[in-house]
Design a protein around this ligand. Structure first.
Ligand code: C2E
Ligand code: MG
Ligand code: MG
Ligand code: MG
Length: 289
């Protein structure tokens, strides 16, 4: 937003420090209520196989129905939750909700469903993470490879030894790990080899101009090549245009997410969207041969 206001005057539009602190305080208090009063909801964005264009799973994305302010996106409250120590409770709620929903889908209309859940750095450092993941995976009896946790590069760089051991424990439970927003962080390519990671998600910022910007093309080509040479699945985020999809498919990208197919949807809408799509979309692979 600051950029849109113009270089010269954006400073005038930044709220004062005092206002921002007050605003955060309010969000913090409201967020405590939100957890107790069931104001959070998970939306689900389909993840699509590039070749077949079938839905293989979903990413769970949290939403907050604020009684006065309406729908609030995670960009506005996840960092507050992290700072005030609510993130572990929020994260535990997300994890449980997402796994239970997935179990229900797998038992009924969407048998092959996989689910991805975002983890904050603070959750990753929580000593109880592995224990609570173990419990939820057992309780819901999700088969190996069904739950994927999305983490960012910073999680790995902070304390690599600890990260390796936590990731190994998660892997032993059959949980997959994806590196989210790949390419935006402090990347050391070395860690991809050292950590038990299953996939990388190319950040939306590289995908945006993929069909027009040569630099972005080069970056995306390189990431797909790197990922595949390390036996990782490559996912592209933020695909909005058919040209982007076509480029990614041509380069061998495995999965995509983006508004081109669907925005994140409430559970019931997601379920009917997928069922409807699968009854209509012929499998590309089958169609080709
Ligand atoms: P993320 O994990 O990288 O999720 C992708 C974000 O991009 C989502 O925003 C999604 O709605 C948006 N998106 C997907 N496709 C497109 C597209 O084609 N175009 C555009 N412009 N945007 C697209 P959302 O839901 O607002 O979430 C923002 C971030 O908040 C997430 O980024 C994730 O880092 C965090 N987040 C969301 N839910 C949770 C959660 O349950 N726990 C934690 N710790 N973080 C979460
Ligand atoms: Mg994510
Ligand atoms: Mg992302
Ligand atoms: Mg993100």
């Amino acid at each position: 937003a600051a950029k849109a206001e113009g270089r010269n005057n954006y400073r005038f539009f930044l709220p004062s420090m005092h206002e921002r602190v007050k605003e955060r305080k309010t969000i913090e208090e409201d967020l405590r209520n939100a957890l107790e009063q069931d104001q959070l909801e998970l939306y689900y964005q389909p993840k699509i196989d590039c070749r077949t264009e079938k839905v293989v799973g979903a990413e769970a994305l949290v939403r907050w129905h604020h009684p006065e302010r309406g729908l609030i996106l995670p960009g506005e409250f996840i960092s507050v939750a992290e700072e005030c120590g609510l993130i572990n409770r929020l994260g535990a709620w997300v994890l449980e909700k997402a796994c239970k929903q997935t179990q229900a889908w797998r038992d009924s209309s969407l048998p092959g469903m996989r689910i991805a859940v975002n983890l904050s750095p603070a959750q990753f450092q929580d000593a109880e993470l592995v224990e609570s993941v173990t419990k939820i995976v057992k309780d819901t009896a999700l088969p190996e490879g069904t739950l994927e946790l999305e983490i960012t590069e910073s999680i790995l760089m902070n304390n690599p030894e600890k990260a390796v051991s936590t990731l190994k424990e998660l892997k032993a439970l059959g949980v997959m790990i994806a590196i989210d927003d790949f390419g935006t962080g402090y990347s050391s390519l070395n860690y991809l080899k050292r950590f038990p990671v299953g996939s990388i998600k190319i950040d939306r910022s590289f995908v945006n101009d993929i069909h027009v910007d040569l630099d972005d093309k080069a970056i995306v080509d390189a990431v797909i090549g790197l990922g595949h040479s390390l036996n990782l699945e490559v996912v592209a985020e933020g695909v909005e245009e058919v040209e982007q999809l076509e480029y990614l498919r041509e380069k061998g990208c495995d999965f995509i997410q983006g508004f081109l197919f669907s925005k994140p949807l409430p559970a019931t809408t997601f379920e009917s969207w997928v069922s409807d799509r699968h009854s209509r979309v012929p499998e590309r692979v089958a169609a080709k041969s």
